[in-house]
Write a new protein. Structure first.
Length: 166
């Protein structure tokens, strides 16, 4: 019985850790290998001891990442426009992405803020709630964990064409 309980607690802990990760995806705009840091459109990424790999899951060092490379980073937002990375994947280019909790939003301006990063919501953006149901921007709220897909349009600014509540 004790083993079952320990296994259940461990599984819940691992599942919670995986599900609570923040994420960012985009092109590397600057890199500082000695300081173990890189930047994606004005968002500072602290690489520290992050696991780094390429498209085929082959391990890399931070020195193998270059300005212009497309990366996907899992970690935790540590401040305004700052993330501490746990895993960095060099990827084939896709759309930009931010995954995190809404800090604030202004439906009239069609803007969402996630850890100091401005998400501009296009007028025709697909906004999805639980159960894959389309919902208006007014139903989003601070604290909601969301995934925003779009294009980087400025320093710490993503213009989203799709946002869904996680």
């Amino acid at each position: 019985m004790r083993r079952v309980f320990i296994a259940a607690v461990f599984t819940a802990f691992v599942f919670t850790g995986v599900c609570s990760a923040d994420e960012i995806r985009g092109k590397v705009s600057s890199i500082n290998v000695p300081k173990k840091a890189l930047q994606i459109s004005g968002v500072m990424i602290q690489a520290g001891d992050a696991w780094i790999e390429n498209e085929e899951d082959y391990p890399l060092s931070l020195g193998n990442i270059a300005v212009g490379n497309y990366v996907e980073i899992e970690g935790k937002f540590a401040g305004l426009s700052e993330m501490k990375a746990r895993k960095i994947d060099r990827k084939i280019p896709e759309c930009g992405l931010i995954k995190g909790k809404i800090a604030s939003l202004d439906p009239k301006k069609r803007e969402i803020i996630i850890s100091g990063i401005k998400i501009k919501v296009q007028a025709d953006a697909w906004l999805e709630g639980p159960g894959r149901v389309k919902i208006p921007l007014e139903l989003f709220a601070p604290g909601y964990k969301v995934t925003c897909k779009g294009e980087w349009t400025g320093a710490s600014e993503l213009t989203a064409f799709k946002i869904n509540v996680d």
